[in-house]
Design a protein around this ligand. Structure first.
Ligand SMILES: [Zn+2]
Length: 233
């Protein structure tokens, strides 16, 4: 059975209509309704590490992986209580050099500053059974880097995160969905079990575990869009 891997960014009241990448900000009430839909459809929301056996075909069941890119503080504030309410787990992909910082990589393209989770918040996230994954050290375009720098971004971010949260880190997410076959190999060599992209679709046993497709959930997705992304494609 194919598994949808939902990709969220910020969970907050969306900014004004002219703001760049406003579509990546999902309203907390919309997020709540979406989680309610999953529950109603009998779909269990899981972190990527818990969803992997379903993706590989080792387990069967109605599940969706829930992922958040960039580790925003508003995910901790607005999404975490909802995940707890529905008994779901999720994966948070962290930009390691911005723990307690902000989305400085977005500043050149005009996105409003947004705070990232602190280390204390990441530890609490983990203690509740949620997963922390790596999203590199600096939110870089990996294919534009010399190999040694790409390797450092992929591998060192894992080691640093593991030391900080005191648990294993097995999931990786390519910033901007930018990756080449070499980047997938580097993620494998760094010891991850899986890596996600922004390619569209649901994840199947035939997928490369280091190039998993996802369904990006956007601000203006209707409930019908949401259900389609969870059940078709
Ligand atoms: Zn990102």
């Amino acid at each position: 059975m194919a598994v949808p891997i939902l990709a969220y960014h910020q969970i907050a009241v969306p900014p004004s209509s002219s703001a760049p990448f406003r579509s990546m900000v999902v309203h907390p009430q919309a997020f709540h309704r979406q989680m309610e839909w999953l529950k109603r459809l009998g779909i269990q929301g899981l972190s990527l590490r818990e969803a992997l056996p379903y993706i590989s075909g080792a387990k069967t069941g109605k599940v969706a992986a829930i992922t958040f890119d960039d580790s925003y503080l508003n995910v901790y504030e607005n999404a975490l209580p909802v995940l707890q309410e529905f008994g779901f787990t999720a994966t948070n992909f962290v930009v390691v050099n911005q723990i307690g910082g902000s989305n400085i990589w977005d500043v050149p393209i005009g996105v409003a500053p947004a705070a990232c989770m602190s280390l204390e918040q990441l530890r609490r996230w983990c203690s509740l059974g949620h997963e922390v994954g790596s999203h590199t050290l600096d939110h870089v375009h990996l294919p534009q880097l010399p190999m040694e720098q790409a390797r450092r971004q992929i591998s060192n971010s894992r080691g640093l995160l593991e030391d900080m949260i005191d648990e294993g880190v097995s999931s990786f997410c390519f910033p901007y969905g930018d990756e080449t076959p070499l980047d997938r190999v580097l993620a494998y060599e760094a010891g991850y079990s899986a890596a996600t992209t922004t390619r569209r679709g649901r994840a199947r046993p035939t997928n490369d575990l280091f190039g998993l497709p996802r369904a990006t959930i956007r601000r203006n997705d209707t409930w019908l869009h949401f259900i389609k992304k969870c059940t078709f494609g």
